[in-house]
Design a protein around this ligand. Structure first.
Ligand code: TRP
Length: 345
């Protein structure tokens, strides 16, 4: 599947620069791994990818992604019926977003891989993002949920402040297919996350705050944004049934050794086995964790009903390793000890 996604780019040596700088990962690689713990027997492995066309560009990549879906449809029992419902919204020929379409490939220890598509709500320009999300939800039978989202975010239908960053659909045939809407909290705080989380019943404010402090530190989160996602499943109408918060940990630590320590504490707290994370990291790289930053790119926590799920997003670092960023540690996390405080003006 990965060879399908990478297309001709997959044949080239990593010494040759990529012809398409993908926003999937910081070094432009059109690929990011994630490892999701949810108290199933085995963690789930996922690959977030951008299909790369022979002559890459947003439109060429869109065609390449659609061609992948076509070729996988029968083998993996995909249905593009829901994608087709929103295609004209999110896939204009002259896409003005950062990307046209990303694919997430989800592998469990058994069963067929699952596929999810991501769209950029700014496909028709930033000023249209709210309209596209509202209409996309409406076409999924979730029109009544849009006001709920607006009431819990910093008005992402306006330009500036919060921003709709992704609209995503599961493409499998069964009814467990989800719709997800992501909101980036530019210059956000833990309070923004708490407000966003309250759109979903049963999320504990303190648990949200604790997660932000443990993984992100004290803030402010003015470099890369905190991101909220809302999950809708069959039967939802006017509000989402799931909430997850994504913290771009790499922007708020000096290096991956610090990130690994923070994630370790989180995994311990939720009863997950951190040695699986170490095993995954060992497969990806043999560099020391303190020699770079961004290998652990994001950490997310799923709140609310069901078991809390922790997901770690791991860069391939295929093209480049980002150097340590001691400046990021000027915002010293309380959780990293010493009781040091932010050193700002
Ligand atoms: N690289 C982009 C970012 O950091 C998109 C992205 C990749 C992302 N993986 C993610 C966003 C996981 C949120 C969570 O924003």
């Amino acid at each position: 599947m990965l060879a399908d996604v990478l297309g001709p780019a997959g044949q080239r040596s990593l010494d040759e620069p990529g012809q398409w700088f993908s926003d999937v990962a910081d070094d432009g690689t059109p690929l990011e791994f994630s490892l999701a713990f949810d108290h199933a027997k085995e963690p789930t492995l996922r690959l977030l990818t951008e299909a790369v066309g022979a002559d890459p560009g947003k439109y060429a990549n869109q065609l390449a992604a659609l061609a992948c879906l076509d070729s996988w449809r029968d083998r993996y029992h995909l249905s593009t019926e829901r994608l087709d419902r929103v295609r004209d919204l999110f896939l204009p020929d002259d896409n003005q977003g950062l990307f046209s379409m990303w694919l997430s490939l989800v592998f469990r220890s058994s069963g067929l891989p699952r596929v999810k598509v991501y769209f950029d709500p700014e496909a028709q320009g930033p000023h249209r993002a709210g309209d596209l999300v509202a209409e996309g939800l409406r076409r999924m039978g979730l029109g009544a949920a849009y006001p709920t989202l607006l009431a819990h975010t910093g008005r992402p239908d306006r330009v500036g402040g919060d921003r709709f960053s992704f609209f995503a659909l599961d493409l499998h045939e069964d009814s467990a297919s989800r719709v997800k809407v992501y909101v980036s909290h530019r210059d956000g705080t833990a309070d923004d996350a708490v407000l966003a989380a309250r759109a979903v019943p049963g999320v504990d404010d303190d648990e949200v705050r604790e997660f932000v402090a443990e993984i992100g530190g004290p803030g402010p989160f003015d470099s890369r944004p905190l991101i909220s996602s809302y999950t809708f499943v069959d039967g939802d109408t006017d509000r989402p049934s799931g909430y997850s918060l994504y913290i771009p940990i790499r922007a708020y630590v000096a290096d991956d050794a610090v990130a690994r320590r923070r994630v370790g504490r989180l995994l311990d707290r939720y009863g997950y086995d951190a040695s699986l994370l170490d095993a995954a990291i060992a497969v990806l790289t043999d560099r020391s964790l303190s020699s770079g930053s961004g290998l652990i790119a994001h950490v997310s926590l799923r709140f609310g009903a069901g078991v809390p799920g922790v997901t770690m997003y791991l860069s391939s670092e295929a093209y480049a390793v980002a150097p340590p960023r001691p400046d990021a540690e000027a915002l010293v996390a309380l959780s990293d000890g010493g009781g040091r405080r932010r050193v700002d003006a």
